[in-house]
Design a protein around this ligand. Sequence first.
Ligand code: P6P
Length: 337
Amino acid sequence: MIVNRQVLTLDEFTIKQLRDFPNATGELSGLLRDIGLAAKRVNVEVNKAGLVDILGDTGTVNIQGEEVKKMDEFANDQLVGVLRHGINCAGIASEELDDIVVFDDEVSNNSKYICMFDPLDGSSNIDVNVSIGTIFGVYRRVTPKGTPVTMDDFLQAGNKQVAAGYIIYGSSTILVYATKRGVNGFTLDPSIGEYSLSHPDIKCPPTGRIYSVNHGNFFQYEDPVRNYINVCQKKNKSNGGPYTQRYIGSMVADVHRNLVKGGIFMYPGTIDKPNGKLRLLYECNPFAYIVEKAGGKATDGKQRILDIQPKELHERTPFFIGSIEMMEELESFTGKV
Ligand code: P6P
């Protein structure tokens, strides 16, 4: 029997990186493994969400007598629990929580990282079986080690991230994360319960033919964005097309597809929501970090997403992200960034 030892698990991959970089302390690797563990638990529940009738709807008690929580509340609990009881994170911010959570104990206060996440983005799609995901970003704390973290540790520009990633719960469960050393994807292998390296050294194709935007808001977008969308629709074989419009309504799925195949994802500001819908700290910054490390680009239409100095935890931003050449064509309408 041939044992396929070529496929590294996430643990083997991070430990190999520790061997290659002896100065690394292993704390970041440990934090990523903690997130991977929480995501395995989320994956189990997401995969049986269709059985709600058997398990009982949210807010009820299931046949085991356990309270059935909203899936994103459940996901949030898994991430907070694993990171609080780990040894690699001093505190977190979450889309599900109004304020930061300070892990104020001696071990956590001496951790050098904080983590911000959207525990289950696109959760409204669960009941129609559409792919959803967890999005996270990791930063070094800026306040002194040994003290409880404060809001200052969280209101950092995205260019201060040391790692970022997402888990997409789809036809398979894939964990993708980026560090300064690159972007790698790991597919959960249910036969061993481990994430196995399936997408090594991901590079975002410099161009593509997929554009992702909610056409339902078309007449609410500013003219330059509408003009670019019109150009996308007029692409044909003679001018780099034809383009195809793909919009799942679940950003993790849309951006993952565009990262792998090439494309552009847009959530522009609208008349109703001038700053758009997506959150800067734990949705846009992580994806901007990942896509830039893979060779793509991410802006708010006027500046690099990663250079935005946040003012508050849950602020929103218009969001344009994808293949560098498609982003540059967009900017020929909206202005060079
Ligand atoms: P709309 C999901 O609710 C989400 O936050 C993103 O995952 C997704 O891209 C976006 O909202 C979809 O929003 O307004 O187009 O339905």
